[in-house]
Design a protein around this ligand. Structure first.
Ligand SMILES: NC(=O)c1ccc[n+]([C@@H]2O[C@H](COP(=O)([O-])OP(=O)(O)OC[C@H]3O[C@@H](n4cnc5c(N)ncnc54)[C@H](OP(=O)(O)O)[C@@H]3O)[C@@H](O)[C@H]2O)c1
Length: 262
């Protein structure tokens, strides 16, 4: 049985811990969070064990880092001495945005590092996570990690150089997509549709359009064209979106997330 520790069980740490618990692997899950109640609630749901950062640093063979980037240094200083004393091998799995392999290797005494850049749909098994291994992650650890994280959804190996740019779409994108669902629903409510139904219609439409693209391979522009009949309703909506800078707003939002990172 392997011991997997999660330091920071907020939105993403909690989602990955929950996925690990559904992996069917023979594991013990240790959870530690600044506010203990959050870890306790999660532990109940996934049959984990609540502990502290020091115990995870001492015992876990895979240490998942689920704290915010600005917290990482302080959190590390609290476990630094324990990690220094460890003679066995352990793997650091970091979901911390913007902290690259070179930085993490230096921080964690040259131990093997796995960087994962997940997104919020991992909560329901429909995530898309990029990952990269440092050169010294063994084949066995690579396979174990991929099996452990399989319940999150799709796992895509990526060149670290592109992770930041891709995570603008995959990591930040769910916020933009949720805003689009909300805005569509507001419009529908203004036109007389009930609020609850409006969210479902908007979300199902988005999901269906994504499936259409992924399954047919049609260019997104061709899908748009196929909905726009001459002098029809849809082209009127397209005209308004173009006039109000819809595409430009989305492009600028992506660039803003990228530039904030680099
Ligand atoms: N959310 C996303 O979509 C997403 C996507 C990709 C990557 N990430 C990365 O995932 C990491 C976590 O993000 P998040 O959205 O899950 O944030 P979050 O919900 O704020 O989770 C961070 C957790 O860390 C806990 N924490 C803070 N200091 C700690 C310490 N010293 N020891 C143990 N736990 C501590 C916090 O506890 P409290 O309950 O006391 O605040 C909180 O529960 C970030 O590095 C982020 O870059 C997030």
């Amino acid at each position: 049985m392997k011991t997997i520790g999660f330091i920071g069980t907020g939105y993403m740490g909690g989602a990955l811990a929950s996925a690990a618990s559904r992996s069917g692997m023979d594991i013990k899950i240790l959870l530690s969070n600044r506010s203990r109640e959050k870890a306790e609630k999660l532990a109940e749901q996934i049959n984990g064990e609540v502990t502290d950062n020091a115990t995870i640093a001492r015992e876990a063979e895979y240490i998942f880092l689920g704290v915010k980037p600005q917290i990482l240094q302080g959190m590390f200083e609290g476990i630094e001495d324990i990690l220094k004393e460890r003679k066995d091998n352990y793997v650091i799995v970091s979901m911390v945005a913007g902290k690259d392999l070179a930085f993490l290797k230096k921080m964690f005494f040259d131990h093997p590092i796995i960087r994962i850049s997940p997104n919020m749909p991992v909560l329901v098994g429909s995530g898309l996570s990029q990952y990269v291994f440092s050169d010294d992650v063994s084949k066995e650890d690579q396979e174990f990690f991929l099996k452990l994280m399989a319940p999150t959804g799709k796992l895509i190996p990526n060149d670290e150089h592109y992770m930041g740019a891709v995570s603008g779409v995959t990591g930040c994108g769910p916020a933009f997509a949720a805003m689009f669902i909300e805005a569509l629903a507001d419009g529908a409510v203004r036109c007389g549709v009930g609020r609850k139904d409006a969210y479902i219609y908007a979300a199902e439409m988005l999901k269906g359009t994504a499936d259409l693209y992924l399954e047919s391979g049609q260019h997104p522009g061709a899908i748009k064209d196929s909905v726009c009949s001459p002098a029809g309703l849809t082209i009127e909506g397209v005209r308004v979106l173009e006039k109000l800078g819809f595409r430009s707003a989305v492009i600028e939002a992506l660039i803003a997330t990228f530039e904030k990172r680099v």
